[in-house]
Each structure stands twice: as structure tokens, then as C-alpha cells.
Design a protein around this ligand. Structure first.
Ligand SMILES: C[S@@+](CC[C@H](N)C(=O)[O-])C[C@H]1O[C@@H](n2cnc3c(N)ncnc32)[C@H](O)[C@@H]1O
Length: 251
């Protein structure tokens, strides 16, 4: 990335502009000016664990995958070609038109025939042809004020036994569930304040809610370096399945 792009990104993050009456307006005002620089800055720098998450997805021939808050579609680059091609359909859903424009250029450039980009809110997007096999949230839940509605909606999109895959920043509860990581007090206070300046709202409740709503298949709690700061922020990878309605009633 060129020095001038670094300067633009740092200026954008130091003085973010987030305005508008709807989630779509707010996300567009935030991402619009730098959507074309998004991948170069985030790739391997800030949004850690995305490649690992995509490699963990259980994709079978004919799978239908939805990436909610999928932005520029960058995560699809992390799928091996044969795994991407075996999917019947991959849908990148986002409220930011600028981010989706980059996604559409990517789809066109790569000639991905089974990938589409849809402008919609993660809390109400629904494909017309029934349940899907896999839903992904990659660094998206922390930008969704109604994250609990987005998680519930994702659950309603999945077939029984379908997979939800999430990676995102978070902080632990002061008293996390047995076996879960407990972050020091400074981490639990400093990181939510620091990220909220950029419209990213770290929560101690995302992970417990995911664990409540889905059967945990895999959980990794990690730390990742934050560019320009040198400090490491906590993030997690969560893979869970929607319980079968026979074993647990639908709620
Ligand atoms: C940090 S970016 C992550 C993009 C991508 N998932 C990735 O890992 O690179 C968060 C994305 O979530 C989108 N987003 C935020 N709120 C949304 C909502 N309510 N519905 C759909 N997308 C949303 C933003 O527009 C943005 O593209």
C-alpha cells in the first residue's frame, strides 16, 4: 500500500464520519470514502483469523453460503477454488453500496459464476428459495447495533444442522464461562473505548449469546496485533451448528 493511502486511512480512522438516519446511510458514510482501500489495509493487518475461519467452513457440493456484512467479498479469496466452486451459491450481503461495488468488481474480475452481491440489511435479508447451509459474520457483528437480531435472523436462515461461523473482536466477561478466556481489566475497558471511535462496538455478550443459540463446534480465543499501535486486541473464531428441531425446540 502506498504511503499516501496509509495517510488517508489513518486520517479516516482518526476522524471517522458516521452519519445518517439508517444503518445503510451510516455504513455508507463510514466506508464510502475509503472502500477501495479497505482490502489493502485490513488484509493481514487488522482483521485477523479470517483465513482460518473460511478454511474451517464445512462446504459440501451444492452448499449455499451467506456472508452477512460481507463487505468487499475479500473473505471468498481465502476459500480454495475447489471449495468455492462446489458451492451452489455464495451470497455476499451488505448495507454499504460502496463496499458491494468492490465486491462486484471482485466477482467480475475472478469470473465467480456462483457468487452474488446483495444490498440488504443482515437483520432482514432472506433468500427466496429456502434455508442455507452456512452463514458467516466476519468482523460484522461488532458494527451491527442490533447484533442479537442479526444472530437470531442468521439462525432462522440456516437449515437444522447448518453452520454459523463468526470471527470478531470482543472482550470477555469479568467472570466468563468455565474454560473461557478471562481478559485483564484494562483490556476489558480500553479496547471497547478505542474501537468505538471507529463505530466498532466490542461486547462481552456476543460470544455467550452465540454459545447459547448454537451448539459449539469450535471456539478459539486469540489476540491480534493492531496496526500503528503495537498492542494486541482480543478476537475470537466461533463455529457452531443450529440444533436440530427434534433435539431442541425452535425459538
Ligand atoms: C469491518 S467490515 C467487515 C467486512 C467483511 N466481512 C470482512 O471481513 O472484510 C463490516 C461490514 O459490515 C457491514 N454492515 C454493518 N452493519 C450491517 C448491517 N446491519 N447489515 C449488513 N451489513 C452491515 C458494513 O457495511 C461493512 O461492510
Amino acid at each position: 500500500m502506498r504511503l499516501s493511502s496509509h495517510v488517508r486511512i489513518v486520517r479516516h480512522m482518526a476522524f471517522p464520519r458516521v452519519e445518517g438516519a439508517t444503518p445503510a446511510d451510516r455504513m455508507e458514510s463510514f466506508y464510502g470514502p475509503t472502500a477501495h482501500l479497505y482490502d489493502a489495509f485490513r488484509e493481514n493487518r487488522l482483521l485477523h483469523g479470517r483465513r482460518d475461519l473460511m478454511e474451517m467452513l464445512p462446504l459440501e457440493p451444492g452448499s449455499r453460503l451467506v456472508d452477512l456484512g460481507g463487505g468487499t467479498g475479500n473473505n471468498l479469496e481465502y476459500l480454495a477454488a475447489d471449495r468455492r466452486e462446489r458451492c451452489a451459491r455464495i451470497t455476499v450481503v451488505d448495507v454499504s453500496a460502496s463496499m458491494l461495488e468492490v465486491a462486484r468488481e471482485r466477482i467480475h474480475r475472478n469470473r465467480w459464476r456462483n457468487v452474488e452481491a446483495v444490498h440488504a440489511n443482515a437483520t432482514d435479508y432472506r433468500p427466496s428459495d429456502g434455508p442455507v447451509d452456512v452463514v458467516v459474520f466476519s468482523y460484522a457483528l461488532t458494527m451491527m447495533p442490533d447484533w442479537f437480531a442479526a444472530v437470531d435472523h442468521a439462525r432462522s436462515l440456516l437449515r437444522p444442522g447448518g453452520t454459523i461461523a463468526v470471527c470478531d473482536f470482543y472482550v470477555s466477561r469479568k467472570h466468563p464461562a468455565d474454560g473461557a478466556v478471562r481478559h485483564a481489566a484494562w483490556r476489558r475497558h480500553v479496547w471497547p473505548a478505542w474501537f468505538s471511535h471507529n463505530n466498532v462496538f466490542l461486547s462481552a455478550d456476543h460470544l455467550p449469546y452465540l454459545r447459547e443459540r448454537f451448539a459449539t463446534v469450535r471456539l478459539d480465543e486469540r489476540l491480534g496485533r493492531v496496526p500503528y499501535l503495537g498492542a494486541r486486541a482480543p478476537f475470537y473464531l466461533f463455529l457452531g451448528t443450529k440444533p436440530d428441531a427434534k433435539t431442541r425446540p425452535e425459538t
